[in-house]
Design a protein around this ligand. Structure first.
Ligand SMILES: Nc1ncnc2c1ncn2[C@@H]1O[C@H](COP(=O)(O)OP(=O)(O)O)[C@@H](O)[C@H]1O
Ligand SMILES: [Mg+2]
Length: 263
């Protein structure tokens, strides 16, 4: 199983959008995919239409190992290859557990090991702050996608995320490398990119090098529509908007093959 963290240290950077769209597309293309909602705001769980009762296990119980791993994994409706470990408001209470455990950074990685054979790809929607949950997510990841709004705020979010990643790599708390930076809400007016978007994407290129910059997600209501209608952009007739995800899936497929060859 290739574990991908989708992380960026601010809200509104496209983490949940990218997690959801990638999950839908990968599973449709035949990859058994496990989504993990690691954000206490649990938007991903909401978009997946999972209505949890108060006593049903979530990522909290999965991390605390208070139920068997399978009990926290739910199938997505109408998609036989897509599964979710959901979150609810209670997830925040796991922060103390993680810091007291002494092995917080490796905990999610360990918990995922027993289910790794059942999936080809695991996508983790990381929280927007530098928290214990964020550390365990980066610790579990083989690779990282950093979505960042094509704006001053997004550029800052990228810089802080890279800084955290480098600190963790330095102390051996993660082996994840950046798969790509995904500019989000890139704004164009007609055929020209707005100045702010262009400056932000140029800054991103300078941070990570051009080869790691993915084709951007344009500012467009259509992504929101696809999310809200539980659909994909290509099903709605906007195949061209799906291009950034096609490029990502190609990268994921290559990494997945590499991983398999290694094992
Ligand atoms: N292409 C797009 N253009 C404009 N807004 C978008 C686009 N795609 C998603 N959004 C909206 O942007 C907001 C932030 O995205 P989200 O994925 O939730 O970010 P994060 O998970 O990083 O907080 C959401 O309200 C989402 O519906
Ligand atoms: Mg989110």
């Amino acid at each position: 199983m290739l574990t991908i963290a989708i992380a960026s240290l601010s809200g509104g950077q496209g983490k949940t959008t990218a997690s959801l769209m990638l999950g839908r597309l990968l599973s449709r293309q035949g990859y058994p995919t496990l989504l993990v909602d690691a954000d206490p705001q649990h938007n991903l769980t909401t978009y997946m239409d999972l209505e949890l009762q108060a006593n049903q296990p979530t990522l909290l119980e999965f991390l605390k190992k208070s139920v068997s791993a399978e009990d926290s994994i739910y199938p997505a409706e109408g998609n036989e290859n897509l599964f979710l470990i959901p979150a609810d408001d209670q997830l925040d209470t796991v922060q103390d557990y993680l810091s007291n455990s002494g092995v917080g950074a490796t905990l999610l990685k360990r918990r995922l090991e027993p289910v790794a054979d059942a999936f080809k790809v695991c996508i983790i929607d990381a929280p927007p702050q530098r928290s214990q949950i964020c550390l365990t997510v980066l610790g579990a990841a083989d690779t990282l996608i950093i979505p960042a709004e094509a704006s001053v705020k997004g550029y800052g979010s990228l810089v802080r995320t890279l800084d955290l990643l480098r600190n963790l790599q330095d102390v051996g708390a993660t082996e994840a490398q950046v798969m790509g930076v995904l500019p989000f809400r890139d704004r164009w007016i007609g055929n020209s990119q707005t100045q702010e978007s262009r400056a932000a994407v140029t800054g991103m290129c300078e941070e990570v090098g051009e080869e790691l910059i993915l084709p951007s997600i344009r500012e467009s209501e259509r992504y929101k529509q696809a999310i809200n209608r539980r659909s994909t952009l290509s099903d709605m007739g906007y195949t061209e908007l799906e291009y950034p995800f096609e490029v990502l899936i190609d990268k994921i497929s290559k990494l997945s093959k590499k991983q398999k060859a290694k094992s």
